[in-house]
Design a protein around this ligand. Sequence first.
Ligand code: FCB
Length: 469
Amino acid sequence: MNSRLTDGAGLPFPEGFRWGTATSAYQVEGATGADGRGESIWDRFCRVPGAIENGDTGDVACESYGRAEEQVRLMARLGTNAHRFSLAWPRIVPTGAGRVEPRGIAHYDRFIDLLLEHGISPLVTLYHWDLPQPLQDRGGWRARETAEAFAAYAGICFEAFGDRVRDWVTVNEPWIVGLLGHQLGLHAPGEKSLAGSVQAMHHLLLGHGLAVGALRAGRGAGREAARAGIAYSLFPHAPADPGSSADAAAAHASDGYVNRWFLDPVHGRGYPDDMLRHWEEAAGKLDFIQADDLETIGAGSDFIGVNYYTRRIVSAHEERSPGDGAWPWKVEPPQPGVPCTDLGWEIVPEELTALLLRLHEDYPGVPLMITENGGIFDDGPGEDGAVHDERRTRFLHAHLAAVHRALEAGAPVEGYFHWSLIDNFEWAMGYRPRFGLVHLDRTTGRRTVKDSGHWYARAARSGVVPPMR
Ligand code: FCB
């Protein structure tokens, strides 16, 4: 543990721990028409009347594309040593496959160099939901061709940036893409088909496996250390009644749907049997899974990216009607007395410790990275101009303490990336929810580091999580 700790207070983290912030291209960049960028499914979806709260779009967002340098200086001021961001596929390959746009490559070249000049190591996500629209027109993630186009795009990125980027997240949250984008139609591309969502999730995993193959094939001189993983949306499960075996079974089933369906195949175990049966019953034959797919998907993951926000409390639920997405479980509302974020998500940091230990036990030897963690707290500038968001600071403290407990118990956690660096475009909810360590005034573009950002900076700079008063 960190020997820099001198005052005996606070929680020391290991030397080399990554103190990071996270963003994604569509949520922060804006400049959607600049430098030859092609159309993405989010550009299209934002134009669907009623799809996004308040009619918001990512057209301007945080203007991070044009203000890249300023944004890196902001991170440097915070003293963080790592940053997770995503490459916009439509900036690099505007139509999804084929022609590469040099201006897109040049932009990210410069951004990566700026990060490195400021001692900030990049963790680069290849797919954070902004699929090129031309690929969607040919079936999107329901089509196998998209997984192949993804691998080709990944290869282009490894070639262009792999001399400076060691760590890659291939795909962000395949479950959420399936659920919100393809089953419920709440995210782009706005489809509502249970069977389509299972197909899309399979092709996302296949895309990951093919991209890992491309990364390994491209590991040449100076690139031997390159690593790739998925950032999963992981939800620990709790039975509504801890004494009920029916609720415990329901929680296990839902865990298969949310967590195991993705983790098991990527770690070489194939799809879990209980969920295979469930999907075949609910969504029909999974005949799009081809003979070698699970071998490709199981090529592995060099680290597990953990996006952690809250838990799921589940009770048994008898009604099942195959085909319409009804489940043998029911997700219960927050428990009385448990504090929540402004979106009503329970704040349960102890579940993060348990999750990290479970991953360590179930997939031993695989490094863990908290690729996202954060909460919506809607605080804005007070009369003094500062943002006194004490609840976010407490949230951060509690979750970092939870990570510290997991480290002490032996979980190989390498870093923590707070979602998010800055208030940004929160998908279907538009700009209403505020997740940032930095406040964004969208009228003036002004950025204000919140109190939580100053607090996180102290932790990042010293490697020690300060005690809470
Ligand atoms: C995750 C997404 C991220 C952001 C946070 C709040 O599901 O990966 O883009 O929207 O939630």
